[in-house]
Ligand binder design. Structure first.
Ligand code: C5J
Length: 230
């Protein structure tokens, strides 16, 4: 058993467990001017701060040969997978499907919908296209986790209180042991990030744990899984 220093108490990683890193929506649509986040009136520059730390965490998982799952929030070009209620939100000049400076907002395959180059997936990593906030809704996330025998999830990405938190709650309800990596998630609203971290670990870890990337990597380097890694 390895114990990762975490809040509200140590996160246990048994030899019999299998882990994955989940990287939520590190897309130009949320990170750069001219995308979805910007269209909703947010200061997208705030999200850049986590990129170097997330690069280090991803590099650590790659070195250890551990699975990485990247998600993208996106919709089909005809928006048939996008509820009209979602299109109506925001009331900005640009909305989902509008032509923006990086192509159509939040539409699959458009330049602005891609993952930022610094965090681009490499061959062999899982990439999930999701129409909702949570990574489990209308995707093959659960079947990937089951096929790989994954039991423990390290959850990162943007934005903390929207897609990251939704995914963590979905995973928690399905029985996964989830840890949100504090310095690898960010929000347009610092107070929402802080509140989310506190909500997750309140009440004895009602949704899960939080720890820093350094704490996660230190623990994983000592962990010796009994199952063959995928
Ligand atoms: C949002 C996300 N904020 N990835 N999506 O609409 O959090």
């Amino acid at each position: 058993m390895v114990y990762i220093a975490a809040l509200p108490y140590e996160y246990e990683l048994p030899e019999s467990s299998q882990v994955a890193l989940v990287v939520i929506d590190m897309q130009r649509d949320f990170m750069e001017p001219g995308g979805f986040g910007d269209a909703l009136g947010n200061d997208v520059a705030r999200l850049q701060a986590i990129v170097p730390t997330l690069q280090q965490l991803i590099a650590g998982f790659r070195e250890l040969g551990l699975p990485i799952i990247h998600t993208l929030e996106c919709h089909l070009p005809d928006l048939s997978d996008c509820p009209p209620s979602k299109v109506r939100r925001g009331k900005g000049e640009l909305t989902i499907g509008s032509e923006g400076p990086m192509g159509r907002i939040l539409v699959k395959g458009e330049p602005g919908n891609g993952i930022i180059p610094e965090l681009a997936p490499v061959p062999g990593e899982f990439v999930i296209h999701k129409p909702g906030k949570g990574a489990f809704y209308a995707t093959n996330m659960e079947s990937i986790l089951q096929e790989q025998g994954i039991t423990h999830l390290f959850i990162t990405g943007v934005t903390t209180e929207v897609c990251v938190q939704t995914t963590m709650r979905e995973a928690n309800d399905r029985g996964y042991e989830c840890l949100m990596v504090e310095d690898c998630t960010e929000s347009y609203f610092p107070e929402f990030k802080q509140a989310t971290l506190e909500m997750v670990r309140a009440q004895g870890g009602i949704v899960g744990w939080t720890a820093t990337a350094a704490q996660v990597l230190e623990g994983l380097q000592q962990w010796q899984p009994s199952k063959a890694l995928v």
